[in-house]
Design a protein around this ligand. Structure first.
Ligand code: AMP
Ligand code: GLY
Length: 434
């Protein structure tokens, strides 16, 4: 099959890398891709959001199957568009992707189907929200309903902060129409984990878990980022926990979506807050996680193409999705200044010294225009260096040993990923998002 992957991050590079090992994949296109995907596939210079041009390209290049990495094209209806054009695509429809693109939709569905989550209220105008917040001290989480580039959930330590956040969303419209509806949630403490399953609209695959370190600096300090590292498995994850998450979260969502008339096909990603062996759903995402995918693809035993096709064809129940019993650690190398402004065009050295089983999945990299043999950093998150091994310690040590070879002016990475004393996302009320 000729396959196209939509996106340009290290997540998409990891998906392409995994697809390359599938015997039934003959050619891979990536739109728009990056300097890493360029080396193992054909990059097409089409933005992930440009769903009409992507559909035209799929027809023109005789692409048999498209796999979508990021949420924006899904929320824009790329799956609906491709299906209308008779093109095969993996991911949820625009309506099903509301599990991520509308937090009020997701919370309402969770309540209807008894899925554990925080207390919440939905507001469609500022004055109702203001009245509610005036009677609540906090801490609370104020969330823009729609997609806001990962910045729409604002953890508010007190009443003043939550009223300000509500004002920003609904009156100042800092997130545009994404903030026209706001969800106000009880603030949950605990440890965050990311759980993934494939679904074909009816069946749910085995689950797999990973962590995500969202803060920029060691010790979970500094601003929130798109993710600075990840590891799998996490200590809490055992077979009892997995089967509880499956029966109390994943199955009810899939059954609920089908019952509502929006069967969910694709990857379902639940962000859970875990405390004292209890868990609640923080959010649903309608796609693979970044940087979790970078640590999961190297330990996926099943053929990704096979799983995707089974999911599209509604037969995920016939063959289990298998994961190797291994640990995997990924560390993100970022540009100095990220998540704020950063310089572009720094030459990256040492990529040829990354030794298997370590891998470097690219995000913000591109070929240098004047010296095409060189790669330069062009994004905030530049690479994820990943290693899998028998134990978490081995995987971590090897990932760090390999990352030591990478050098570019202003490169920065966290030194404490998968360190036993630094939990990925331990909540304290001083933490701010957005
Ligand atoms: P979301 O935009 O819903 O994906 O949330 C983004 C991040 O905000 C999560 O990964 C959590 O770190 C934090 N968060 C969201 N909801 C809550 C909550 N109810 N309590 C505490 N933290 C939350
Ligand atoms: N791991 C966070 C995300 O993919 O949204």
């Amino acid at each position: 099959m000729r396959v196209m992957v939509v996106g340009s991050g290290a997540r998409e590079h990891a998906l392409v890398w995994k697809l390359k090992s599938s015997p039934n994949v003959s050619h891979i296109f990536v739109a728009p891709g990056n300097g890493g995907t360029d080396q193992i596939a054909t990059n097409l210079p089409i933005a992930a959001e440009d769903i009409n041009t992507l559909a035209l390209a799929a027809a023109r290049f005789q692409i048999d199957l498209t796999i979508v990495g990021s949420e924006v094209p899904l929320a824009l209806g790329i799956v609906n568009k491709f299906q209308q054009s008779g093109l095969l695509i993996f991911g949820p429809s625009k309506e099903s992707a509301r599990l991520e693109s509308s937090k009020s939709f997701a919370r309402t569905l969770m309540t209807k189907y008894g899925i554990p989550g925080p207390e919440y209220r939905i507001f469609n105008n500022y004055s109702d929200g203001y009245k509610f917040l005036s009677n609540h001290e906090g801490p609370l989480v104020v969330k823009a309903d729609g997609l806001a580039g990962g910045k729409g959930a604002i953890v508010c330590v007190d009443q003043e902060a939550s009223i300000n956040a509500l004002y920003d969303c609904m009156e100042d419209k800092v997130f545009g129409t994404a903030g026209s509806t706001v969800v106000v949630e009880e603030y949950l403490e605990g440890k965050e984990i990311s759980v993934f399953a494939f679904s074909d609209g009816e069946h749910v695959s085995s689950l797999v878990v990973a962590s995500d370190y969202k803060r920029l600096l060691d010790g979970n300090r500094g601003p929130n980022t798109g993710g600075m590292g990840s590891f799998t498995p996490v200590p809490e994850w055992g077979s009892d926990f997995a089967s509880e998450v499956r029966s109390r979260v994943m199955m009810p969502v899939i059954e609920g979506m089908a019952e509502q008339g929006y069967p969910y096909k694709g990857v379902l990603y639940a962000g859970l807050m875990v405390k004292d062996n209890e868990f609640k759903v923080l959010e649903f995402n309608c796609r693979f996680g970044d940087p979790e995918t970078q640590v999961l693809m190297p330990i996926m035993e099943s053929d990704l193409l096979d799983v995707v096709i089974s999911s599209i064809e509604g037969r995920l129940n016939l063959k289990p999705v298998k994961w190797r019993q291994k640990a995997s650690v990924g560390v993100v190398v970022a540009s100095r200044g990220y998540p704020g402004n950063y310089r572009k065009g720094q030459v990256i050295y040492g990529l040829d010294q990354i030794d298997l089983p370590a891998l470097a999945f690219h995000a913000g990299t591109a070929r240098d225009k004047e010296h095409p043999e060189r790669l330069v950093a062009v994004g905030g998150r530049v690479l994820t260096v990943v290693c899998s091994a028998e134990t978490l310690e081995e995987a971590r040590d090897s990932a760090y040993e390999n990352i030591g070879h990478i050098e570019f002016n202003g490169s920065h990475f966290r030194k404490d990923i998968a360190h036993p004393y630094v939990e990925p996302q331990k909540k304290g009320v001083s933490q701010q998002h957005g």
